[in-house]
Design a protein around this ligand. Structure first.
Ligand SMILES: C[S@@+](CC[C@H](N)C(=O)[O-])C[C@H]1O[C@@H](n2cnc3c(N)ncnc32)[C@H](O)[C@@H]1O
Length: 256
């Protein structure tokens, strides 16, 4: 139910309290007050407005250099929301992947985070691919960097070879966020994701979902196209349980 304007809510509350005084007690009183108070309960529209408002505030502060642009893991810049990092932690503990593929390394914070979790659970290797040469990336025994475009067929073949026999494979797409590039990545890396594991498409929130309206077709549109092409992946909304994620509709689980 949509949130009622404050004036009406105040009037309804006063009416409910007056009725409770008049009727004093008993089942009639309870029914009446419950009905009146139901009208005051925060509804779905309120929930959406709060979540979206917070998302926008968080994202826009990041663009200005705060929040997500100013987040570090063990001192290394990590362009992620801590709530999403927690979801990754839960995924890794559940799935115990043998290989995690990340496209888009940047400073290496998210790659280091994933490698550190692998070390903590005693399983898994991370391969992170980036087209750029970023200085001073962190080293970790469970982390390998590849420098190339994530859609370069040679790199895709190299990663696919590592995925062979690795056990559970998890893929995270976080490089060039244009629709065409993400769709090409989805087509290239989806076959490596093992049944029951995840293909996470980062930053589906841009292009007005709900932030950065002027972005143009991006990860969300790529996911929509991809899901029309194949039915062995499903959007897992349960991974959005913290209400706010940079990847709405982007936590894709391979069926099976
Ligand atoms: C959003 S950042 C990655 C953030 C990082 N995963 C993190 O959470 O801290 C995107 C990265 O993708 C890289 N990139 C852009 N186009 C690419 C491509 N075609 N292939 C691989 N990496 C690319 C950029 O160099 C940039 O470092």
């Amino acid at each position: 139910m949509p949130q009622l304007p404050p004036g009406i809510r105040r009037a309804l509350r006063q009416k409910a309290l007056a009725a409770s005084r008049r009727l004093s007690t008993g089942p009639e009183w309870e029914r009446h007050v419950r009905h009146e108070l139901d009208l005051l309960a925060p509804g779905e529209a309120w929930r959406e407005a709060v979540t979206e408002g917070y998302h926008r505030l968080y994202y826009e502060s990041g663009e200005a250099g705060g929040t997500w642009k100013d987040t570090r893991f063990l001192g290394v810049t990590t362009w992620k929301v801590p709530l999403d990092l927690w979801v990754y932690q839960e995924l890794l503990a559940e799935l115990r992947p043998g290989l995690i593929v990340e496209t888009g390394t940047a400073h290496g914070g998210s790659a280091l985070y994933l490698a550190t979790l692998c070390e903590a659970i005693g399983r898994g290797q991370v391969v992170s691919v980036d087209i750029g040469h970023w200085p001073d990336r962190p080293a970790h025994p469970r982390l390998t960097y590849l420098t190339a475009s994530s859609t370069d067929p040679e790199v895709v073949a190299q990663v696919a070879e590592r995925a062979q026999g690795a056990g559970t494979v998890l893929v995270v797409l976080d490089s060039d966020h244009s629709r065409d590039h993400v769709l090409a990545e989805l087509r290239a890396y989806a076959p490596m994701v093992t049944p029951g594991s995840y293909l996470v498409v980062e930053d589906t929130n841009v292009n007005g979902h709900p932030v950065y309206e002027a972005f143009g077709p991006g990860p969300m549109e790529a996911v929509q196209d991809f899901l029309k092409e194949r039915d062995d992946f499903e959007v897992d909304r349960s991974r959005e349980k913290f209400l706010f994620t940079f990847n709405p509709g982007g936590w894709l689980r391979r069926r099976g």
